[in-house]
Write a protein that binds this ligand. Sequence first.
Ligand code: MN
Length: 248
Amino acid sequence: MIDLHCHLDLYPNPRETADACKLKQIFVLSMTTTPSAWEGTSALAAGAARIRTALGIHPQIAHQRIKELDLFERFLPVTRYVGEVGLDGSPELRVHWDSQVTVFRRVLDLCRKIGGRVLSIHSRRAASAVLDSLESSPHGGTSILHWFSGTKRELDRAIALGCWFSVGPAMLAGEKGRALVSTMPRDRVLTETDGPFAQVGGRAANPWDVVIAENELAKLWSVPRHEVETALDENFRRLLGAGEDPMF
Ligand code: MN
């Protein structure tokens, strides 16, 4: 099982959730929403061969954390993974749009300078603006659009730009999400939960709820579950670069 985007540090008992992931041998990419959370969150991955921590500045709080870009730059050399970063075009955040763009562009630039990173990117109501940024700063690394909710046209553009996609139970529960996922190249799709923010069945999603996404993918792709698992496993290894990360 692979949860390419969740927030271990935001569960009520982060240690317990991290330990459960270890026990279940789930590959987890654990997001941070702010650079000052980096040390505490990466400590949750200590001794867990399959948990990696991503360094992030979440677009919804980027305007409050712009001063933490220095901290972002300081921690960037110690991780290959960046997230959660991106842009959010929700009406209530419009007033902070310029700060969001400044932070995201700076993040992409720092990633480029250091030779590229694997990025998990938020693009709610901002798909075109995120793609504009990726197009104008094309060497930040490998971009994974998490819970993509743009239009079909924006999806086509993202595919052409080489983006990957992480899709979860919440996205696959809706007609629009399923239609988008069915258009994504199967060799660039991975699973996520976005727990504990995202819900399944009225409760916070746990990383092991990616099985729900695997089942939905099996239906969408009309293949048995084990073939989905094999495809996701191959994608994961290709994405993160077998041999470059000691978890393989
Ligand atoms: Mn998230």
